[in-house]
Design a protein. Structure first.
Length: 477
């Protein structure tokens, strides 16, 4: 077999392959055997029809077509390996010549990973937010904890902000009560904003047994987006009582004996959170600077697939869970469809660039992922997904996503290398010594490419289909 590679542009090549006919022998034998099992000819047992009879009855062309479909993936893969190509996705195959007994010639155009020159990144400098925890931050944290231990006591007075009211609701549109427009015994904290717009004003000042009517735009249900006339009846008013801020509260709400110990722990926790946020911010800003310095050609076909993937995930997963469609989402966001398309393309380009650049860094720095690192990453991903580690690991293995997780860890390590070489200072001018650097880097690297493991999926699809999938689909023959 002879093969040649022609570079069409930085992200696409054309392979020209010539195969001596004798190399099709195994595929021809397989084609005759397959046809033998599919057809019947009077006078011959099934599976025992001579090749010359098959040629006479069904045509030599049908046999050749079956043989070529069987052989093309193997010859294509050999040509890819011979050319040392890093292909993305499936090729567009065109059979140029098929001479029975002499030669098979075909071309295959396919996207490839571009060659990327990683620039000197040691001069990258970024500024991040300083870690500052104020007394107000601590008070807010303690108040949130205190709020969780609040109790309610029924009172015989008019409802006021902060009270918990129990209400019965009935919503009408055009004078008709909605099928899902009646709810009884709903508890609502006045001022929380967790129910219908306008309800705060309607129930404030009402005692148990009081009723009011107000108009509100429905946020969900069968009449979502429509204005409804809502009748509300207060059946109970209860005052919320917060526990006193003292040592007894600290003992009830935590493992600490004193309120001062609880506040000290709150400060420590807030500092730890801000420290991680600072590390994440550093990763993001260093990555942005690295991408600015690096020239990365983007394969057009891959970009189109990436954009479609992001739009599909948004429409059918994220928005679907919220009960929204794309039009409603754009209305809420205050964006036009053109702005949405431009933003999605920009995000897709950044995702692909991030993946290409960090993968190149992995190769350049010869970074490897060990079992311990992979396990730690899997545990973090399982926690964020809401699944147990065992469930998540099983889903990853069954979905063939282990290489993707390995890639995420490796890219995180690559980004951490760049961040370590960069100069990071906070807004106070202090040099930042990042902790949890690699963990934060993994999170950032995964987030940038998470909706678009485009290159990974394209390469995986290319490898898998070259070995397993239906031959006709594989080659387009």
């Amino acid at each position: 077999m002879k093969s040649a590679v022609e570079t069409l542009n930085p992200t696409r090549v054309r392979l020209t392959v010539e195969v001596p006919f004798e190399e099709l022998k195994d595929s021809l034998d397989a084609a005759y055997k397959k046809i033998n099992q599919q057809v019947t000819v009077k006078g011959f047992r099934k599976g025992k029809i001579p090749a010359r009879i098959i040629d006479q009855r069904f045509g030599r062309g049908a046999v050749l077509e079956e043989a070529v479909n069987d052989a093309l993936p193997k010859f294509y893969t050999e040509a890819v390996n011979e050319g040392e190509l890093n292909v993305l996705g499936q090729p567009d195959v065109d059979i140029k010549e098929l001479k029975d007994g002499e030669l098979l010639s075909f071309t295959a155009e396919v996207d490839v990973r571009p060659t990327i020159e990683i620039p000197d990144y040691t001069g990258i400098a970024v500024t991040v937010d300083a870690i500052e925890v104020s007394d107000e931050d601590i008070e807010k944290s303690v108040e949130q904890l205190r709020d969780r231990f609040a109790t309610t006591t029924p009172v015989e007075r008019a409802a006021a902000e902060g009270d918990v009211v129990t209400v019965d609701l009935e919503a009408k549109v055009d004078g008709e009560v909605l099928p899902d427009g009646v709810a009884n015994g709903v508890q609502y904290t006045i001022g929380s904003g967790e129910l219908l717009d306008g309800i705060d004003e309607a129930v404030t000042g009402l005692e148990a047994g009081g009723e009011a009517t107000f108009t509100s735009e429905l946020k969900g249900g069968t009449a979502e987006g429509k204005n409804a006339e809502v009748s509300v009846k207060v059946t109970q008013v209860a005052a919320r009582e917060l526990p006193a801020l003292d040592d007894e509260f600290a003992q009830m709400a935590s493992e600490f004996d004193t309120l001062e110990e609880l506040k000290a722990d709150s400060r420590k926790r807030l500092e730890s959170t801000k420290q991680y946020d600072q590390a994440t911010q550093a990763q993001e800003r260093v990555l942005e600077e690295l991408l600015k310095l690096t020239e990365v050609p983007i394969p057009e076909k891959l970009l189109a697939e990436e954009i479609n993937t992001r739009k599909h995930n948004l429409e059918h997963h994220q928005l679907g869970q919220m009960g929204l469609d794309l039009a409603k989402y754009l209305e809420i966001q205050g964006k036009t469809e053109e702005e949405f398309e431009a933003e999605t393309k920009e995000q897709a380009v950044k995702g692909i660039k991030t993946q290409f650049v960090l993968d190149e860094l992995v190769n350049k720095e010869k970074l490897n992922v060990n079992q311990e690192e992979l396990t730690e990453h899997l545990m973090r991903r399982a926690q964020s997904s809401g699944m147990s580690p065992d469930q998540f690991a099983q889903a990853v293995v069954e979905g063939g996503q282990v290489p993707m997780l390995v890639g995420e860890v490796a890219r995180g390590k690559a980004l951490a290398v760049v961040v370590e070489a960069a100069t990071v200072t906070d807004t106070n001018g202090k040099t930042v010594d990042l902790e949890d650097e690699e963990e934060a880097a993994e999170a950032v690297a995964a987030a940038e490419a998470s909706e678009a493991p485009a290159a990974d999926q394209a390469e995986a699809a290319s490898d898998e289909k070259a070995e397993k999938a239906d031959k006709d689909e594989k080659t387009g023959a």
